[in-house]
Design a protein around this ligand. Structure first.
Ligand SMILES: Cc1cc2nc3c(=O)[nH]c(=O)nc-3n(C[C@H](O)[C@H](O)[C@H](O)COP(=O)(O)OP(=O)(O)OC[C@H]3O[C@@H](n4cnc5c(N)ncnc54)[C@H](O)[C@@H]3O)c2cc1C
Length: 432
């Protein structure tokens, strides 16, 4: 099959692809155009992926948003009438000794960041508090990406201020967070329904496998579920998936698209369901514990379930634990959970059910940090547009996905307008 009509082809049906398609479908400029979205998987939402377990929705991917930080998400949630509730995990229980003084240590260090703009956060901390306490501080913050060499003090403070579990160690302690009652994928799913109603076509099970971008007439090649090839060689092309997926294609990414380089970190979430909410007796409901062991952040959701969330090396630690078999994984969780709660392993019951997900490239970002990065990229020769939350100031967040999708659509609309003006001028000149 070959796509020949003058279409707009969007690859990727995550939040950025759907927002892009919807923005275009609602525009005057695209009224007569066919908009097609091609998606590798058989669902929309990408890294926003909720599943139902024991009649409860759990977010294997994106899980929370802040009304103070994520204005676009908040607006969409309100306008789509999505049911939301408080994401209560801003209060730490069972604090580590260092937690008591962490806020004031960080407050004193923050003004010194400018002097260490190119150091890593860990190096920066080491200079002022020594290596051991630097390590302890990062441990106490629960996000291991804070120790990566490319995380500067500025980025680290931004991470601390913009994550619910640790915002309490910053001036943002009062920010409110929410989750969607039916899971975060309810947001892209509702937008998908709207896009369908606006005439957008969706083609699932289609993987983009190669791009011939080094020409002004680019060609996209996709494989569908029946292993048939679909060629797109006309119309506008927008790619709405993250840098690691871009790198897999032979399109000279990033050098032919961007002056920036990109990185990603793995994430792991594990959820556990029990016959009875044993954690209520420990006064843990709706609280989070930051553990000084591989379980890292342990959440107790009301009387419903328990989950933990890790990044970087500990995400891979848990992937490896699952690969050693279910019994090994569950025993490791139980032992480390008991250690985190300072109780005996025999005090913890076995879960009646559990699910987990390892994301090889959970969070994607520009290595040079986000703020000045253009929100969309354009291939130097073919002008194919690439959009991702990784290019925005909200990389790693759905907010960034909305910003990326909107920006990609606006970039294309601007191009279409310019082409129309040019064509009009040529027409006028021809009649002079
Ligand atoms: C574990 C985890 C926790 C998170 N927590 C939060 C959170 O609490 N709050 C928050 O706001 N954000 C969170 N995020 C981040 C959020 O999920 C992302 O920012 C958002 O999903 C980015 O959307 P996107 O559309 O840009 O990319 P994606 O969601 O990655 O969508 C890209 C789509 O493109 C498709 N695709 C990729 N390659 C191809 C190809 N070659 N051909 C065809 N299709 C392709 C993919 O299948 C996918 O559907 C989390 C992410 C993870 C993994």
């Amino acid at each position: 099959m070959t796509v020949r009509e003058n279409t707009i082809s969007i690859i990727g049906a995550g939040i950025s692809g759907i927002i892009c398609a919807l923005t275009l479908a609602k525009s005057n400029e695209c009224k007569k155009k066919t908009i097609r979205v091609y998606e590798h998987k058989n669902r929309v939402g990408g890294r926003a992926h909720a599943i139902k377990v024991n009649d409860l929705y759990v977010d294997l991917g994106a899980g929370r948003f802040s009304s103070g930080l994520h204005h676009n998400v908040k607006e969409q949630v309100k306008s789509l009438n999505l049911a939301y509730e408080k994401f209560p995990f801003t209060q730490l229980k069972r604090p580590q000794a260092l937690h008591k003084s962490l806020k004031s240590i960080l407050k004193n260090l923050k003004p010194l960041c400018d002097e260490h703009a190119h150091d890593s956060f860990e190096e920066f901390l080491t200079i002022y508090v020594g290596r051991n306490q630097a390590r302890e501080m990062i441990n106490a913050l629960g996000y291991d990406s804070l120790s990566l060499p490319n995380i500067t003090p500025h980025i680290a403070f931004d991470i601390i201020e913009k994550h619910p579990e640790i915002q309490g160690f910053s001036e943002n302690a009062g920010y409110e967070w929410f989750n969607l009652k039916e899971g975060f994928s309810a947001l892209p799913e509702k937008l998908y329904e709207q896009a369908l109603a606006h005439g957008v076509e969706f083609h699932f099970g289609h993987e983009l496998t190669s791009i011939e971008a080094d020409t002004e007439s680019p060609v996209l090649k996709l494989k569908n579920e029946k292993q048939q090839e679909v060629t797109i060689n006309e119309g506008e092309m927008i790619l709405t998936f993250p840098p690691t997926a871009m790198k897999k294609l032979d399109s000279g990414f990033p050098q032919d698209w961007s002056n920036y380089t990109y990185g990603s970190i793995p994430l792991f979430k594990g959820f556990f369901f029990y016959d009875a909410p044993w954690w209520q007796d420990m006064d843990l409901a709706d609280h989070v514990v930051i553990a000084n062991n591989p379980i890292r952040k342990l959440y107790f959701k009301d009387n419903k379930y328990v989950f933990f969330y890790t990044d970087s090396d500990y995400a891979n630690f848990w992937r490896d634990a699952t690969l050693k078999g279910e019994a090994h994984y569950l025993q490791t969780v139980k032992e480390l959970m008991a250690e985190a709660l300072k109780c005996h392993v025999s005090q913890l019951p076995d879960p009646s059910n559990h699910v987990h997900k390892h994301w090889v490239h959970g969070v994607e970002f520009s290595q040079e940090s986000c703020p000045n990065h253009p929100k969309t990229l354009s291939h130097k020769k073919s002008h194919i547009i690439s959009a991702s939350d990784a290019y925005t100031s909200h990389c790693g967040w759905m907010e960034g996905g909305i910003m990326a999708g909107t920006s990609a659509a606006n970039t294309l609309l601007e191009r279409l307008k310019q082409r129309q003006v040019k064509a009009q001028k040529e027409c006028e000149l021809a009649h002079v």
